[in-house]
Design a protein around this ligand. Sequence first.
Ligand code: GCO
Ligand code: MG
Length: 405
Amino acid sequence: MNIQDIKVFVCSPGRNFVTVKVITEDGTYGLGDATVNGRELAVATYLEEHVVPCLIGRDAHSIEDIWQYLYQGVYWRRGPITMAAIAAIDMALWDIKGKVSGLPVYQLLGGKCRTGVNLYAHANGENIDDTLDKVQECIDQGFKAVRLQSAIPGLSETYGVLGDKKDYFELQGNRPLPPEQEWSTAKYFKLIPELFKKARERFGNQVHFLHDVHSRLTPIESAKLGKMLEKYNLLFLEDASIAENQENYKLIRHHTTTPLALGETYNTIWDCKDLLQNQLIDYIRVAATHAGGITGVKKISDFAAVYNVRTAPHGAPDLSPICFAAHMHLNISTHNFGIQEFVGFGNEESKTIFKHGMTLENGMVLIDDAPGLGVDFDETKASEFPYKRSYLPVSRLEDGTLWHW
Ligand code: GCO
Ligand code: MG
């Protein structure tokens, strides 16, 4: 069953998405997500110029061989652009295999390990009380785990808290350049223990709590934060420090029993190999779109299982519903799955483009038994929302030094 055509679409229903459609000679098609937030056209060009011509005429069933052909077969390996391109092709090929066999992708991956996929929701507030009111809303909606983020007094803007802006695109106003945000670890440290103290006082142990540091702390500061938060019993502390140097996490790990999660920007097993085999983290957060698709994530999950590390896939709104569906098939069929980040199924515009049968019930996502990934893409509707240049913010310390965003 040979590949006849591959199309790449870039649309912006409130934010940019890069979508790939692989079509076989009998007309079966599969879909993949190749979105790299703020660098969308780089992946689209990589696919159109460098990947598509090599795949026409190849057998769509040879998923592993095509994955290796695009990974090992290219002298320039790894990196987010390459791996997102591989990911989108890979998802589309799994989608095709499912459609041709009449089975949902999770059946091809080994079948169900659980009935539904546990989620954590976001509570992002302008201050502690506002965050706690948002936690209550999440509990009322049935979520059993909630990530708490709060604006930091004295800093102009805080990660995760957008005020009256609905997304980072709107935050940039009419000037599509990276917005600049301030960071102060001292101000952050004044707020965070207080946030979790009040959260436990108000909610007791009704739900799991999580928090995303977004990589702003040094390793010793992360160790200190982990220790301060131990008594509030977090499910995990995410992206405490950057781990380009994976050794950093030894220092954090040796000081705290707060569980650690990492990996939303990782692209291959090589980015997290040392973290996993040294048991320095508890959850690996790789996303199918950024880590080589279903095939890439499966390799990482199986390796993680050896070290008792569970998966907690990235679920931000810049991953399209196709990636989310790929995660659902992985999550439901992966024994060492932990929890899935969830921020809803997209805005109203994107719901007119991406159609699927996933439903939310009692803090879980349930998937239907549609063959393949179970998502469809309306090309005509997508063309009504053309690409808009957009950037994530950058971060600076109060003296102007560039810092991790
Ligand atoms: C998360 C992430 C996101 C990222 C975003 C970047 O935990 O959901 O940290 O908020 O910042 O996906 O594109
Ligand atoms: Mg994060």
